[in-house]
Design a protein around this ligand. Structure first.
Ligand SMILES: Nc1nc2c(ncn2[C@@H]2O[C@H](COP(=O)(O)OP(=O)(O)O)[C@@H](O)[C@H]2O)c(=O)[nH]1
Ligand SMILES: [Mg+2]
Length: 207
């Protein structure tokens, strides 16, 4: 079988890259901060790019390198390589923002499926954030469920990086880790795969 693109032979055997994508402001950085540091900030650092978390799933220790778009989604300068060596993808939208759901299920979903490694069955999870603002909800969970059923994605999750009752944020990331192991995906190292450049195709620049 072909070596997955971007695989580094120097990689530790149990490292996997997980990427978070979605519109500006949906809470990607906040979800990372909640998961890795159990923190929430009203004005998170725009340029957080990578966090690391070691978890144990069914007795097996794995290291997740969690990649944020680091504010580059603003400039439409996310490279194809950002996707191509990812072992799992979280597509985030804000349940109070219809446009963010449209972007998640159109542009971001299209990029994830187009540019992720075609040799492996990369798990994709759709995540609706900000459920603490349920009174302002405009996207019913049913919509996300129907979309995920239709496209064979993981069961969608709704959560809040701000008020994480029931540790749902951790459960979402752990489910991605579990899916990586179930699918027996090949581990890989991590490297910088985002760049600031101008020419782009949608959100994703072809490099
Ligand atoms: N109420 C609420 N606000 C949130 C939540 N997650 C993020 N935010 C806020 O939404 C804004 C954008 O969050 P950020 O993590 O920077 O989004 P990103 O651009 O997708 O990385 C910030 O003001 C956050 O404090 C949440 O679950 N609930
Ligand atoms: Mg951010």
């Amino acid at each position: 079988m072909a070596e997955p693109q971007g695989h580094s032979s120097s990689a530790l055997p149990n490292e996997y890259k997980v990427i978070l994508i979605g519109a500006v402001g949906v809470g990607k950085t906040s979800l990372l901060m909640r998961y890795v540091h159990n923190e929430f900030q009203e004005t998170p650092n725009k340029f957080v790019s990578e966090e690391k978390k070691t978890i144990t799933i069914n007795g097996k220790e794995i290291v997740l390198y969690l990649w944020d778009t680091a504010g580059l989604e603003r400039y439409q300068s996310i490279t194809q390589r950002f996707y191509s060596d990812a072992s799992a993808i979280m597509i985030v939208y804000d349940i109070t923002d219809a446009e963010s759901y449209n972007e998640a299920t159109k542009n971001w979903f299209m990029e994830a499926t187009t540019y992720s490694n075609p040799n492996i069955d990369v798990p994709i999870m759709l995540v609706g954030n900000k459920i603490d603002l349920d009174e302002d909800r405009v996207i019913p969970l049913r919509n996300a469920k129907d979309f995920c059923n239709k496209h064979n994605l993981l069961t969608p999750i709704e959560c809040s990086a701000k008020v994480d009752r029931g540790k749902v944020v951790s459960k979402a990331f752990e489910e991605l880790g579990r899916q990586i192991l179930i699918r027996n995906l090949k581990p890989k190292g991590h490297a910088v795969h985002v760049t600031r450049t101008t020419s782009s195709c949608g959100n994703c620049q072809l490099l």
